[in-house]
Every structure is written in structure tokens, then in C-alpha cells.
Ligand binder design. Structure first.
Ligand code: COI
Length: 354
């Protein structure tokens, strides 16, 4: 049964002001008029589903999230298609991953109909905020936090808040190709840990290495697990060896990207060989040197498909191909964005009309 959201009266931002705020806004800095909030308690389950004005949350300073980090989130986008309609891309896949993250973090599951209903309700209310500019979209950020006011750490929180906010966004990286840093001092995740969950702690723990990467002139960190590639700080990684597209397997230490899954499907249907297998840094360097590795790209919701041009490490730099975006990366990017924006037919049922 679909959830009913109570709707609070919100004064919409005047069109001219909305356009001014949306134009050229960096990723994640501008927010729409509304947000969704829904509460969970052990006694009542999910309740108080509300569409209200975007604004600060009032939380007790002893809320568990501030102390023990019980928090998860998702990232997805609403697109304006060629005919002016607004669509979500694979929202049930995000609902499923949110549920998997909740399970790992001992949080209550948000049922898929509540999760997708919240997205639909928010996007319908803030429809005018979905950009029509090419390469732009409305980034959606569902999140769940532990709100029980207690410093005791005997059990998971007994109350939670599920929130969805929206932010009109352009490119996460200014175009690419990006330069990446191979991190060997710090690790992001370990077997049995939370690496596959989309929880804030996974990101907080990577900031020091990200600062280190930026200091060395890099855009992003590549995370390794004992010499094998896991993922990049905000996305999964793909390696193109001629006609074969390879990405590390989902072994529990990396995030199961929805863009990653879409790329695997699209690449196979376009006739490329597709493989999920471990890639070591040694093999990466050797294949780049002897020319077998022709392209590398990252895949993620915010950064879409971004070419990697140069790899930097303590041992020096190497370049991928000639350092410019390759044909496979460009083709997959065009195919995926064509599908998301209705410029190509969707044989997969991934596009979800609002
Ligand atoms: C996304 O790509 O949606 C993410 O959640 C990554 C985030 C660090 C921007």
C-alpha cells in the first residue's frame, strides 16, 4: 500500500530567483523548496510522513547519530527528458541498496514503496527545480539517522528519521579526464567491515587521504585492498582492454554502484566483453605500459561516467592511453545519458516517470 504524505504549505521560490540560484551552482550547494521527513519508532514503525519546507532539523545533542554514527544515505537523480517530462532512474535499485545498508547498520528497513513514494512526492512538488540544461539534473539525497537521545551504546537506536532532500546539479567533476591518486597508506574498508554499505562513516574515514590526493594535484583517491583495486572515493572503476570492459567484483569491500550495474548491462548489450574480476595495481601499471589497457573510467551517480587520464602514486605517474577520453568511455557515457534523458529507448524498464 502506498504511503500518504501530509503536505505542509510552502511558499515557492519565485521563478527568477530559482533560475538565478540554479545557474552555475556547484554540486550540492543549492537546495529546493521542499524536503520529506518520516519518523520511525520501535512502537509505531514508520509514521508522520511529511512533505515540508526545506530547512534545519531539530535534534537532541544526545541523538545517537552524533556519537556513534548510525547513518546511511543514497544518491540518485531526477532528469528532465527531451519531451519535458521528469523521470527517475532505477529508483527501486536505490531502495534495495538503502535497505541493504540499513540491514548492515542495524537500522529499520524503509519499505520500497515508502522510499520511492518519498522521491516521487518530493520531485513532483519541486518539479520546476529539475534543470532542462544538458548534463544537469536534480540530485536526490535520501538519508536515515539514529535519533534516540542516549549516550548508552547497548543496542541500536530505538528511533530514526528518514529524510529526502534535493539539489539541482551539474557535473561533479569539471569535465575530466581526472587524475587519480593510488592510496597505499590508508584503507577504506576491510573484509567483514561496512565497505559495501552507503554509510557516512565510510566517507568520513577517507577525507584525510582525499586531502593528501588534492595536495598532490589529484582529483580523487583510488582505494586498494592489499594491492587490488576496490573503488574510487565517490564511484566505481572500470578498465577497458580493447574490446573488454573489466571492473572489480563485489567482494564486500566496495559499493554496489547502480551506475556500475547499468554500465555492465549496457556494455554487454553493445557487444563488449564484460568481466568482474580483481585488478591489481601491478597489472594496471603493466597493461597501461604495454598498451593493452586503452581506457579507464569511473562510474557513479554524481560523477556519471568520468574518464581517468593519469594515475599518480608514491612510485610516480603513468598515463592511460593518450590521457584523453577514449571511444568506449564516450560511447557508454552517451548511451547511458541518452537513456536517462529519453533520447534513447529504454528496453530495461529503468526509467521511472513521475
Ligand atoms: C553519489 O555519487 O551519489 C554519491 O553518493 C557520492 C557522493 C560522495 C557525492
Amino acid at each position: 500500500m502506498s504511503t500518504r504524505f501530509s503536505v505542509e504549505e510552502v511558499e515557492p521560490t519565485p521563478a527568477a530567483e530559482r533560475e538565478r540560484r540554479m545557474t552555475g551552482a556547484p554540486f550540492g550547494e543549492v537546495f529546493t523548496d521542499h524536503m520529506i521527513t518520516t519518523r520511525w519508532s520501535a512502537e509505531e514503525g514508520w509514521h508522520d510522513a511529511t512533505l515540508c519546507a526545506y530547512g534545519p532539523l531539530v535534534l537532541d545533542p544526545s541523538a545517537q547519530v552524533f556519537h556513534y554514527g548510525q547513518e546511511i544515505f543514497e544518491g540518485m537523480k531526477a532528469y528532465r527528458t527531451a519531451d519535458g517530462s521528469v523521470v527517475l532512474f532505477r529508483p527501486y535499485a536505490n531502495a534495495e541498496r538503502f535497505a541493504a545498508s540499513a540491514y548492515r547498520m542495524a537500522m529499520p528497513e524503509v519499505p520500497a514503496d515508502l522510499f520511492v513514494g518519498a522521491l516521487e512526492t518530493l520531485v513532483a512538488a519541486d518539479r520546476d527545480w529539475v534543470p532542462a540544461t544538458d548534463g544537469h539534473s536534480l540530485y536526490l539525497r535520501p538519508l536515515m539517522i539514529a535519533t534516540q537521545p542516549t549516550l548508552g551504546f547497548y543496542q541500536p537506536s530505538q528511533s530514526f528519521l528518514f529524510v529526502v532532500i534535493a539539489s539541482p546539479a551539474g557535473a561533479y567533476f569539471s569535465g575530466g579526464p581526472v587524475t587519480v591518486w593510488l592510496e597505499t597508506e590508508y584503507t577504506r574498508a576491510a573484509p567483514g567491515g561496512t565497505g559495501a554499505a552507503k554509510c557516512g562513516g565510510n566517507y568520513a574515514g577517507t577525507l584525510l587521504a582525499q586531502q593528501k590526493a588534492v595536495k598532490r594535484g589529484c582529483d580523487q583517491v583510488v582505494w586498494l585492498d592489499r594491492g587490488f583495486v576496490d573503488e574510487m572515493g565517490t564511484s566505481n572503476l572500470f578498465f577497458v582492454l580493447g574490446d573488454e570492459v573489466v571492473t572489480p567484483p563485489l567482494n564486500g569491500t566496495l559499493l554496489a554502484g547502480i551506475t556500475r550495474d547499468s554500465v555492465l548491462t549496457l556494455a554487454a548489450d553493445l557487444g563488449y566483453g564484460v568481466a568482474e574480476r580483481p585488478v591489481s595495481v601491478e597489472d594496471w601499471r603493466a597493461a597501461a605500459a604495454d598498451g593493452k589497457l586503452t581506457e579507464v573510467f569511473s562510474s557513479g551517480t554524481s560523477s556519471m561516467i568520468t574518464p581517468v587520464g593519469r594515475v599518480r602514486s608514491e612510485g610516480g605517474d603513468f598515463v592511460i592511453g593518450d590521457g584523453t577520453p577514449g571511444p568506449v568511455t564516450t560511447r557508454l557515457r552517451n548511451e547511458l545519458s541518452g537513456l536517462q534523458t529519453g533520447r534513447r529507448p529504454d528496453p530495461y524498464g529503468w526509467v521511472h516517470k513521475i
